[in-house]
Design a protein around this ligand. Sequence first.
Ligand code: NAG
Length: 174
Amino acid sequence: MAKIISLLVLQAVFCCNFFPLSYSADSLIETTCKQTPFFDLCVSTLESNPKSSTSDVPGLARIVADSANAKANATLNHILTLLKTATDPELKKALNVCVVSYNTIIDGDIPVAIEAIEQNNPKFAVEYADDAGNEVQTCEDSFGRNTLDSPISDRNKAVHDLCVVFESIASLLL
Ligand SMILES: *[C@@H]1O[C@H](CO)[C@@H](O)[C@H](O)[C@H]1NC(C)=O
């Protein structure tokens, strides 16, 4: 009898020391992402980085910001490639608007927002993350203004949505 009880105790200790660790890590990602408008994008972005399982909320914000910056950089490279072959002056004009927008995002908005998170200034981070999203919108709108179809609308949407997720997570720190 004593043996059975000690076995049960052992099992209980094993279960409850072990289980909540992994449970709470998953649940921080999920509870955080539920407070953003793009839950699936948020979860997949965080789960693609092994650091997220041991990160606090500022850490999760940083991981999304890094991902947004990498995607913004890839989009800028793509825009520069398109510019090399573009002949339509209206298209060139719109693509050049995008170069300015993406340089602002990569060199300004996102690094400043990341630094603000690190300095425990979430209000500033939210502002700059919001500006990054607006810059993407400025780029996307530059095609419509010239009645062109945006050749980068999917990429713009991906960067924009990541900026919104970053902004949402940063605003949890307010
Ligand atoms: C952005 O892309 C360029 C060209 O591929 C690369 O050299 C640079 O390191 C990238 N920068 C960042 C911050 O990822």
